[in-house]
Design a protein around this ligand. Structure first.
Ligand code: NAI
Ligand code: MG
Length: 337
């Protein structure tokens, strides 16, 4: 266990199915770690419509105080709405959670051998948000810093060391020798601190190719922001899809765990959302934030048993297969704990 971390969690369900799956994940958490104090806070489109602020100050201070956040999903309009900003993007920025960790392991048959963690830099690179127009051209600055690269690399190498995974550095330094060159060099500098970790490197396009052709090829990919965003979605597709894809973003002082999926307005309110992505996100908090590895494993095992009992929400059912709702899936997971 990590003794320096407070045993508190700020749960932010958000909109749509976030309100259905986050309560399940919190039930699971409290069953394995009853000493965690959970507070609830609001954010999202509904909150914006009510208060004019998608991420109220009270939510932000609750998150800061708890230090660990479990975030569901929020609905963002695809057109510009005056005063509205995506709360999760603001929250990640406010809490400076620079290392995004997304494991992808296939739990449902058929097994394709994928067992991969993508560690993505979460604050700079192509998402530095420095865009401007100059005459006919739209220009975007892609900022990569040595300190920004080294801090995420250190998280990735530590994880590789703990989980005994070979680590592959993703870049495109052949075309972008200055920016991706610095990324690569910074990662290789950090590699020297971890002599036990086997390291290699791959160009980002080749990484996508190998992942699809030979899913077991990589065990941990360390990637700059945009490449990591794309490759981690590819990894969840090669695993069991959005309903089962968890993530956690770590910073120096804070952690935000969240399912990868959004608010799923097409199924919201019907009681059929798959809670497993959120439940597995809680397992990531237990493991990477509080250092409760045994309890994290307990949660993962309960999910695996529930699936091997044959329970399927509609998103993961094969055609013609019988399905269950969120509540039945939740109860089965809780029973296996
Ligand atoms: P989505 O992830 O909400 O849904 C995509 C498809 O996957 C839908 O058909 C949905 O029903 C299904 N799905 C997703 N999670 C599921 C689950 N747990 N169980 C069963 N089925 C599930 O992505 P979409 O439709 O692109 O976006 C919907 C809204 O969510 C938008 O307003 C978008 O801005 C927001 N969004 C929010 C995110 C966040 O808050 N982190 C991330 C992605 C999207
Ligand atoms: Mg994405």
């Amino acid at each position: 266990m990590n003794a320096t971390r407070p045993l508190t969690l700020c749960a932010i369900p958000g909109d749509g199915i976030g309100r259905e799956v986050i309560p399940v994940a919190v039930e699971v958490l409290l069953k394995v770690a009853p000493e965690i104090h959970v507070c609830w806070a609001e954010a999202g489109w509904g909150t914006f419509m009510e208060t004019g602020n998608a991420l109220p100050e009270a939510t932000l201070s609750a998150a800061r105080e708890a230090k660990a956040v479990l975030f569901g999903a929020t609905s963002s309009p695809s057109h510009r709405v005056e005063g509205y900003k995506s709360p999760i993007v603001s929250l990640r920025r406010e809490l400076d959670t620079f290392a995004n960790i997304r494991p992808a392991r296939k739990l449902l048959p058929p097994d394709n051998g994928i067992d991969l963690v993508v560690v993505r830099e979460n604050t700079e690179g192509a998402y530095s948000r420095r865009e401007r127009m100059k005459e006919d051209a739209a220009i975007s600055e892609r900022v990569i810093s040595r300190s920004g690269s080294e801090r995420v690399a250190r998280v990735a190498f530590r994880l590789a060391d703990q989980e005994n995974r070979p680590l592959t550095i993703v870049h495109k330094a052949n075309v972008l020798p200055v920016t991706d060159g610095l990324w690569r060099e910074s990662c290789l500098t950090v590699a020297k601190e971890f002599p036990n970790v086997k390291v290699d490197e791959v160009l980002v396009d080749a990484a996508a190719y190998h992942m699809v052709r030979t899913p077991p090829r990589f065990r941990l990919l360390l990637a700059p922001n945009l490449y990591g965003d794309i490759l981690s979605d590819l990894a969840s597709a090669l695993a069991d899809g959005l309903g089962m894809a968890p993530s956690i973003s770590l910073g120096k002082d804070f952690a935000i765990a969240e399912p990868v999926h959004g608010s799923a307005p097409d199924i919201a309110g019907r009681g059929i959302a798959n809670p497993i992505a959120s439940v597995l996100s809680v397992a990531l908090l237990l493991k990477h934030w509080w250092g409760f590895e045994d309890r994290a494993r307990k949660v993962e095992t309960a999910v695996a048993k529930t699936l091997s009992d044959g329970l399927r929400t509609p998103d993961i059912a094969s055609p013609g297969e019988e399905t269950v709702g969120t509540r039945e899936m939740a109860d089965a997971i809780l029973r296996h704990l």
